[in-house]
Design a protein around this ligand. Structure first.
Ligand code: PLP
Ligand code: COI
Length: 355
């Protein structure tokens, strides 16, 4: 890790859209702030860090990320604190995961402090865009992609790193009706399911579209070998409260090691709740749903936050869970999480990075 201070060239946007943006009608990922941060990797180093007005960029149509998918991203959020300060939640974790993705996809790593400074600089210039209502935040989307204009299937020698920012509200607006996906596979052992690779999301689109057409809101991916064990949701990790214990699939090379997942596990342990990270079979989940031992189930992710699962569907049977509004565990968890993120209680874990 370097401790370099970034020299960022700044060109301010003369035509701010802030005043004309309706913060009560935000759709996830549709509204971008006035600026973006862009940097280049070439000749073995990161350079040309620049903040400029958000807008199109010129690229060769031959860049290898478009053809071979050498592209990956992160997602993290900035919050307006109760005292007016702005903080980014656990950016060090996203920076570390960004580099795990980079390694797996043969792309250059970005030093953790350059990742964090880049995000913080963009948030700083666009600080007026950080919403202040509960459940709202500024979503940051750092991403890297290969820019060599060659069609040879080799790792690129040049890359772009860009950070975009979007004011957002809740990603899911109602409890999720989910099905266990037992036909398609998101990731297999030895693959790159643990990376936040663009290709993982492309491969998920057809199964997800089918699930939506069948009336589901999301699917729960299962293991590639037997399709009997839960892995994660399409855009969040999955967690269950079974017999008073927090149970979640252990991370491995097929599962994204979620920052929210880690946060939830830490908060649950703080409360003295037993946590089990292990294989969780569909049969176990459905049996617990039948006998009343499954008292909570939810997705955990940056965009999704804590997204309650209202019902499971499997093999033609529907399993409706308790009313999410009455669930003690996930409601308290979300309140605690929000209290920390919005600076309403002490940040005892040091998760808020003040901008
Ligand atoms: N799993 C997938 C596939 C995701 O896209 C996400 C979202 O980032 C997560 C899990 C949750 O990860 P995090 O909590 O770091 O956002
Ligand atoms: C996130 O929560 O940051 C994600 O990446 C989910 C997403 C694909 C919208």
């Amino acid at each position: 890790m370097t401790t370099e201070t970034l020299d960022i060239k700044i060109t301010r946007n003369p035509n701010s859209r802030l005043e004309s943006t309706d913060f009560s009608k935000l759709v996830f990922g549709h509204t971008f702030t006035d600026h973006m941060l862009v940097a280049d990797y070439a000749d073995g180093e990161w350079k040309n860090f620049e903040i400029l007005p958000y807008g199109p960029i010129a690229l060769s149509p031959a860049i290898s990320s478009l053809h071979y998918g050498q592209a990956f991203f992160e997602g993290l959020k900035a919050y307006k604190q109760a005292d007016g300060q702005i903080s980014i939640f656990r950016p060090d974790k996203n920076a570390a995961r960004f580099n795990k993705s980079a390694k797996r996809l043969c792309a250059p790593e970005l030093p953790v402090d350059l990742f964090i400074q880049s995000c913080a600089a963009l948030v700083d210039i666009d600080r007026g865009w950080v919403p202040d209502s509960d459940g709202h935040s500024l979503y940051l989307r750092p991403f890297m992609f290969a820019t060599d204009p060659y069609l040879g299937v080799v790792p690129s020698s040049t890359y772009k790193f860009i950070v975009l920012a979007c004011p957002v509200g809740p990603y899911f607006t109602k409890p999720l009706r989910v099905k266990f996906e037992t036909e398609f596979t998101r990731a297999a052992e030895g693959g790159f399911g643990f990376a936040k690779a663009a290709g993982n999301y492309a491969g998920a689109m057809l199964p997800t579209r089918k699930a939506l057409e069948e009336g589901f809101d999301q699917l729960i991916w299962t293991d590639s070998k037997e399709h009997q064990y839960a892995e994660e949701l399409g855009a969040a990790n999955v967690m269950f409260l079974i017999d008073g214990k927090l149970v979640t699939p252990m991370t491995r090379d097929t599962i994204l090691d979620g920052v929210t997942r880690d946060t939830v596990i830490t908060l649950a342990k703080d409360e003295g709740i037993e946590v089990e990270e292990r294989r969780v079979s569909i049969a176990e989940i459905l049996e617990a749903a039948r006998n009343g031992k499954l008292t909570d189930a939810f997705g955990a992710g940056t965009a999704a936050t804590i997204a309650p699962i209202g019902a499971f569907h499997h093999d033609g049977e529907e399993y409706t869970l308790s009313d999410p509004a009455s669930r003690e565990f996930s409601n308290k968890l979300l309140n605690t999480l929000n209290d920390i993120r919005y600076g309403r209680v002490a940040d005892t874990h040091g998760w808020n990075h003040l901008v």
